[in-house]
Write a protein that binds this ligand. Structure first.
Ligand code: GDP
Ligand code: MG
Length: 165
C-alpha cells in the first residue's frame, strides 16, 4: 500500500483542523479548539483506481506560523495551504509558508484552499486575487468545512497531483 504524508498549513483558525475533521470523520464543530501538538489522522482512499493511505498532519494553533519546523514538513508528499477568505492576511501567511515548504522539502505539490466559502459575503479576498494566483500556475479550491463543500475536491486534487509526481 502506498502511504503519503500531507501537511495542513496556514495561519491560526483558518480551518485546518475542521477540514481534516470534515474529510476524515464527516464532522464539523462551530466551537474553536486549539489543536494541541500535532494531530495525525489517517484516511485510506482510492484515487482513480490507486489505493493510497493518506497520513494527514495537522499542526497546533497560536504560534504555529512561527513554529512550523522542518521536522514537521519532512517526508511530506503534498501540502494544503489553507486561507481564511474572511481574513486577507491569511493569504500572505500561506505564501510565506509555501516559501518555507519549498526551502525545506523542495517543489512538492500544493493546493491553495480558500476556506469559509459559506461566509462569502464577508470575504476580504477578491475573486481577482484568486484569478491572479491561478494565472501564476497555482491550483486553488474554494471550500466550506462547515457546509461540506469543496473539501473532498481539495484533498482529491492534491492527491492526484502527488500521484503524478
Ligand atoms: P485551525 O486553527 O486552522 O485548525 O482552525 P479550526 O479548524 O480550528 O477552525 C477555526 C474556527 O473556524 C472554528 O471556530 C471553526 O468552527 C471555524 N470554521 C472552520 N471552517 C469553517 C468554515 O468553512 N466555515 C465557517 N463558517 N467556519 C469555519
Ligand atoms: Mg487546528
Amino acid at each position: 500500500m502506498i502511504k503519503k504524508k500531507i501537511c495542513m498549513l496556514g495561519a491560526f483558525a483558518v480551518g485546518k483542523t475542521s477540514l481534516v475533521q470534515r474529510y476524515v470523520h464527516s464532522l464539523f464543530s462551530d466551537k474553536y479548539h486549539t489543536t494541541v501538538g500535532v494531530k495525525i489522522d489517517k484516511k485510506p482512499v482510492n484515487i482513480n483506481g490507486t489505493p493510497v493511505d493518506l497520513i494527514l498532519w495537522d499542526i497546533y494553533g497560536e504560534d504555529e506560523f512561527q513554529a512550523v519546523r522542518s521536522s514537521y514538513l519532512r517526508g511530506a508528499s503534498g501540502c494544503l495551504l489553507v486561507v481564511d477568505g474572511t481574513r486577507r492576511y491569511t493569504l500572505d501567511t500561506a505564501h510565506d509558508l509555501l516559501k518555507r515548504t519549498q526551502e525545506t522539502v523542495g517543489n512538492i505539490p500544493v493546493v491553495f484552499v480558500f476556506n469559509k466559502f459559506d461566509l462569502m459575503d464577508s470575504w476580504e479576498i477578491e475573486p481577482i486575487q484568486l484569478d491572479a494566483l491561478e494565472k501564476q500556475g497555482m491550483v486553488i479550491v474554494r471550500t466550506s468545512a462547515k457546509e461540506a463543500s469543496g473539501v473532498e475536491k481539495a484533498f482529491t486534487t492534491l492527491v492526484e497531483m502527488m500521484l503524478e509526481e
